[in-house]
Design a protein around this ligand. Structure first.
Ligand SMILES: O=C(O)CCC(=O)C(=O)O
Ligand SMILES: [Fe+2]
Length: 266
């Protein structure tokens, strides 16, 4: 296939909700992302954003994540040690849970995401467990300077038994609470990691040089406030730098198990 030919399965689907059929399409590779505008109402977004305006965000580890990305809450990616979850993660999860509770929101935004994400599914969407312990529910992420080209695949980053379930595939979930005036697009390339790609990866960085995607087909999504996106994170993807204004999204990973249940973790 040459670069200007189009794969009909490499498309973002758009819908009023996360239909069971579309989630199956994403898992099966019949689409590359699902976009649900107005997943949160403007009031719901404003409530969470106003609370987040009053707290300080912390940076992801700068050795691995540069340009700097800010976050409120904990992600397992900063607590990976030789392919396992380091013990410090669990204390950070407790701390993060407390910090979110201290916002005193009238609802738990991650729980609301899970409920709506699972509304058309036969099983509830739940937070994943690892060795019986409940993992983190997610983070508020602020990549104002963008995310480098990267892919996310826990089965490559962690050794077997990452979750207490038989995982079939993994998605990335984002709910946009604040978007910049310009920039901040999410770009997805029709290219999946190949061992030879590592020559485009500076040592220690989570990201690759853009040369890794070559002339692969791509699409971009301009985030809107209240929109939720579920994407296939094994496709290389990036976030472009923001041109003024904060770009803040609630984010977590989603794993589909062999019973079709969705489990979230961050
Ligand atoms: O913020 C976004 O749009 C995508 C961020 C990302 O890299 C991910 O969710 O895996
Ligand atoms: Fe990602």
């Amino acid at each position: 296939m040459t670069a200007n030919e189009h794969d009909r399965f490499f498309v973002p689907a758009v819908s009023g909700r996360f239909e069971r059929r579309l989630i199956a399409d994403l898992a099966a590779g019949r689409c590359a992302a699902i976009r649900v505008p107005d997943f949160f109402s403007p009031d719901e977004c404003a409530l969470v954003m106003n609370a987040l305006l009053k707290v300080e965000f912390a940076a992801y580890g700068r050795a691995r994540v540069w340009p700097e990305v800010m976050r409120f809450g904990v992600g397992v990616s900063d607590h990976r040690h030789n392919g396992t979850i380091s013990e410090k993660y669990w204390a950070a999860v407790d701390e993060s849970r407390r910090a979110w509770e201290e916002l005193s929101l009238p609802f738990d935004p991650f729980e609301l995401c899970r409920t709506r994400l699972g509304a058309d599914l036969p099983q509830p969407v739940e937070v994943a467990r690892h060795d019986g312990r409940v993992m983190g529910a997610g983070v508020a992420r602020e990549p104002n300077q963008g995310f480098l080209v990267h892919f996310d695949d826990a089965q490559r980053e962690f050794s077997n038994g990452f979750l207490d379930a038989n995982v079939i595939c993994q998605f990335a979930f984002n709910l946009y609470l604040s978007v910049p005036d310009s920039g901040g697009e999410t770009v997805v390339w029709r290219h999946r990691w190949h061992p030879a790609d590592d020559k485009h990866k500076p040592a220690g960085s989570y990201g690759f040089k853009e040369s890794v995607v070559g002339d692969a087909e791509s699409f971009q999504m301009i985030p809107r406030i209240g929109e939720a996106v579920l994407l296939e994170p094994r496709y290389f993807h990036a976030v472009r730098p923001s041109g003024g204004g904060r770009r803040i999204a609630l984010g977590f990973s989603v794993s589909m198990t062999d019973t079709g249940q969705l489990l979230t973790w961050g």
